[in-house]
Design a protein around this ligand. Structure first.
Ligand code: AMP
Length: 597
């Protein structure tokens, strides 16, 4: 065999949910998956929050711990399903009292605090639309998304509001209510106290009829050009969250589960909140930031059984002394409860899979999906062989393919038709057959962009992949210019636009430069206004400017001055060429380069 394979020893007493891949795929239907959920009482529809919270209470499981929130100071607050039902009912009632109703957008700009779970699930109960933002975003991305997403309510903290929203409020006339979690609302004009509002609200709430097609979630993602795109997801997505968490994360109701993804990212929502609660597991929530010792301690002390994390985090763990001295980790921390580890968001290098086996005693199961797909689409499964470096195989209910590419790097579309790559190992654009429940239903206010993602009955992912002769998928790269940095999808246009607002900058081209830990870092090439000197001080100033405006998750980490940025004849900076030059790669077709003959 051309690749190394790892076969996971079955965890004693916990048979995997998926054992026979072919059989499970052939037996699977989405309508059967739908029947594993309860639906609203009286047949009044399907609501994510009911499936995640209230149905456990209705079936005598209300006493079970839903959340175990570990604070920055290591204090642990536990919240049962019954308590979560009451808190989310209070929040839904508070929204109703404020006149916020069906389809209104409620944004969160919060870290992983208990109130986040209340706000998300309470919003869904009220049939309003929840849109989470990264708390690491700077004021520009926050303002832009609040505007684009028609935000009516924002739930945040006093510190985040002061730093990122307060002085932009005038440009957000539709933002009717800002709810401040924790202290500080009294000192901030135009805000209300989340705690006071929810404390005063009744703790019973009847979820109104909810159509499976009602919008539930809005997730912003980035494209190569233009404004961020708001991907619309509906309540029916919960069917896919539930089924895929069963197969790809192997969740069992008795599990203690930890998802380290930021709640501002689709993973932090689909698999950090909805899917695990629908499965009725106990969710570990860490409010703190990454710290290798802290993470090992949480895995050990909280007796985490299933862990869903990201390649950057794993590479950071691998780099710590603890990780390098392999034998130290199991000796210092009791990881005996851990039975399944999965990762998503960026390519998982084979070394990380093997490191997991050696250090954690378990291989890491890579899986693949996107904001638009709403759920895991390709995965390595608990009961199946792992091919390190491969994303795995399509989840039951998903149909994937690889399409032949055209000159622009994307799928070749001729007279509306595409061609599937038949030969194993040949790369092309990864495509999926639409129709699964968590498929996005549109980009908010942008029908054209949504329609452009489909061709000939396929959804085009923008990723390049190849498929081996046994049907395993291998990630090759992006077919466009978006940058994956430490798991965040960064749109180069957003960064370029921010830099060009600095008085010294006339033009900017932004690329991802490969980095051994973050996958890529954001690097900006800027050309300066005539007469401006490219000094080290200006470089520092631009880095700080970017950080202040965009926040650490998006801002460039490197700046290079270049008075001759390569441009197409139509005047666009050629990022592809900047990247090729930076990496010493072949420059490819330059016929569109300005000045070429
Ligand atoms: P996002 O919409 O922010 O979740 O980003 C989705 C993109 O992340 C995908 O289109 C891929 O480019 C990348 N991605 C997600 N999972 C993987 C994976 N397992 N391996 C490689 N790239 C991945």
């Amino acid at each position: 065999m051309a690749w190394e394979t790892i076969r996971k020893a079955a965890t004693p007493g916990v048979p995997p949910n998926l054992v026979d891949y072919a059989q499970t795929c052939s037996d699977f239907t989405w309508s059967r998956a739908r029947h594993e959920l309860d639906g609203l009482p009286g047949g009044t529809g399907l609501n994510m929050a009911y499936e995640a919270v209230d149905r456990h209470v209705a079936t005598d499981r209300g006493g079970k711990v839903a959340l175990r929130c570990v604070g920055r100071d290591d204090t642990v607050e536990t919240v049962t399903y019954a308590e979560l039902a009451r808190r989310t009912a209070r929040f839904a009632n508070a929204l109703r009292l404020l006149g916020v109703g069906r389809g209104d957008a409620v944004f969160t700009l919060l870290g992983r605090c208990p109130e986040l779970y209340t706000a998300v699930l309470g919003t869904l109960k009220n049939t309003s639309v929840l849109c989470p933002l990264f708390s690491a975003f700077g004021p520009d991305p926050v303002e832009q998304r609040l505007q684009l997403g028609d935000a009516r309510v924002l739930v945040t903290t006093a510190a985040l509001y002061r730093r990122k929203v307060a002085d932009r409020r005038a440009s957000l006339p539709g933002l009717a209510h800002v709810l401040i979690v924790g202290p500080g609302a009294e000192d901030l004009p135009g805000t209300l106290s989340f705690d006071m509002l929810t404390a005063a609200a009744p703790d019973q709430f009847t979820i109104p009829p909810t159509s499976p097609e009602d919008t539930a979630l809005l997730h912003f993602t980035s494209g190569t050009t233009g404004a961020p795109k708001g991907a619309i997801h509906v309540h029916e997505a919960v069917v896919a969250h539930h089924a895929t968490a069963s197969y790809a994360l192997d969740l069992h109701p008795e599990d203690v589960y930890w998802c380290t993804a930021d709640p501002g990212w689709v993973t932090g929502m689909s698999y950090g909140i909805i899917a695990p609660l629908v499965h009725g597991v106990t969710l570990v929530v860490d409010e703190g930031d990454f710290d290798a010792r802290r993470w090992y301690r949480i895995l050990a002390e909280q007796r985490v059984g299933v862990w869903y994390t990201a390649p950057t985090a794993l590479r950071m763990l691998m780099r710590t002394t603890l990780g390098q001295e392999h034998h130290n980790v199991p000796a210092a921390y009791d990881l005996s409860a851990l039975r399944f580890v999965a990762s998503v968001g960026e390519p998982l290098n084979p070394e990380a899979v093997v490191w997991g086996q050696e250090v954690l005693g378990l291989p890491v199961h890579d899986n693949w999906w996107q904001t638009e797909t709403g759920c895991i689409m390709i995965a390595n499964f608990a009961g199946c062989e792992i091919r390190p470096g491969s994303m795995g195989r399509p989840v039951p209910g998903a149909e994937a393919t690889v399409l032949e590419r055209g000159e622009n790097g994307r799928a070749l579309i001729t007279d509306g038709r595409v061609t599937e790559v038949e030969t194993p190992g040949v790369e092309g654009e990864l495509a999926l057959r639409p129709g699964w429940p968590s498929m996005f239903r549109g980009y908010l206010h942008d029908k054209e962009r949504y329609e452009a993602t489909f061709a000939d009955g396929w959804y085009l992912t923008g990723d390049l992949a190849r498929r081996d002769e046994d049907g395993w998928y291998w990630f090759v790269g992006r077919a466009d210019d978006v940058i994956k940095s430490a798991g965040h999808l960064v749109g180069p246009f957003e960064v370029e636009s921010a830099l060009m607002e600095h008085p010294a900058v006339v033009e900017a081209g932004v690329i991802g430069r490969p980095d051994p830990v973050a996958g890529n870092i954001v690097k900006a090439f800027v050309s300066l206004r005539p007469g401006t000197e490219p000094t080290a001080a200006l470089e520092r100033e631009l880095l700080a400017f970017g950080r202040r405006r965009l926040g650490p998750a998006v801002a460039p980490r490197e700046i290079a001055f270049d008075q001759n940025l390569p441009r197409t004849r139509s005047g666009k900076v050629m990022r592809r060429l900047l990247r090729a030059r930076e990496l010493g790669l072949p420059t490819g077709d330059l016929s569109t380069l300005e000045g070429s003959t």
